[in-house]
Write a protein that binds this ligand. Structure first.
Ligand code: PEP
Length: 251
């Protein structure tokens, strides 16, 4: 039985004071969640050390939104996976569509980041997803599985077991348009079937979470689908009550 996972991606939002308030409310709300759900938050880099101190005795896991493709070196402005590991992190998002689109991250770069994260004993949350144009051209499976295969080719199928896959249709991110539970389930099943062809136990254990305008009002139906193991939540994770209500939908 896969434990559900709900992770908030706070992106480039909030001040230190807002982070403290939000974390306090999320920690308080998390105390009443059942053990059926694991909860995490990904604040911006500069607050990670502070967030780690606040979260230390809570059940809320900490994640980063990005990582360097290299372990060390002359890469001004970058942050290495090992440095994140030292800040008591658990998760690192790699290949978010905003990174792929706005910062031109290639599949190769995403695969290098994925490998760096695992080499530092952290868990990558690998984002995959298609644009609206690709969906309309019926290229969804090809795009999503192609992004996944880049990772498998780099680290091998066994390593995928120690990761989380986030299916995030780009047309649903921050747009208010959510994939229907059936649309999301179809893609999640395609991903799991693809893994199953290579390694049955990896397919059975890896968590595949959905992202794209998840809200308290649509979370339960999404999370009830057979292959949807939780959510990666952007906008709605910035409001503690809404976020906790989404987490509650995962039990
Ligand atoms: C995201 O950015 O990962 C995301 C899912 O955002 P939103 O929930 O705001 O669509």
């Amino acid at each position: 039985m896969r434990q559900k996972l709900v992770v908030g991606n706070w992106k480039l939002h909030g001040s230190k004071a807002q982070l403290e308030d939000l974390l306090a409310d999320v920690i308080a709300g998390s105390e009443n969640l059942t053990s059926a759900v694991e909860i995490g938050v990904c604040p911006t880099y500069v607050y990670l050390g502070h967030a780690a101190q606040i979260l230390v005795s809570s059940r809320v896991k900490l994640g980063a939104q990005n990582v360097a493709r290299a372990g060390e070196g002359a890469y001004t402005g970058e942050v290495a996976a090992q440095m994140l590991a030292e800040c008591e992190l658990v998760y690192v998002i790699v290949g978010h569509s905003e990174r792929r689109q706005l910062f031109h991250e290639s599949d190769t770069e995403v695969a290098e980041k994925f490998a760096q994260v695992q080499a530092s004993d952290l868990t990558p949350i690998l984002c995959v997803g298609e644009t609206l144009e690709e969906r309309e051209q019926e290229l969804t499976d090809q795009v999503v599985l192609g992004q996944l295969d880049e990772i498998i080719n780099k680290v091998g199928i066994e390593a995928v077991a120690n990761s989380v896959i986030a299916y995030e249709p780009i047309w649903a991110i921050g747009t208010g348009k959510t994939a229907s539970p059936e649309q999301a389930q179809d893609v999640h099943k395609t991903i799991r079937d693809h893994l199953r062809k290579q390694k049955e136990d990896v397919a059975a254990t890896v968590r595949i979470i959905y992202g794209g305008s998840v809200k308290a009002t649509n979370a339960r139906e999404l999370f009830q689908q057979a292959d949807i193991d939780g959510g990666l939540v952007g906008g709605a994770s910035l409001e503690a009550e809404e976020f906790i209500s989404i987490c509650n939908s995962a039990d």
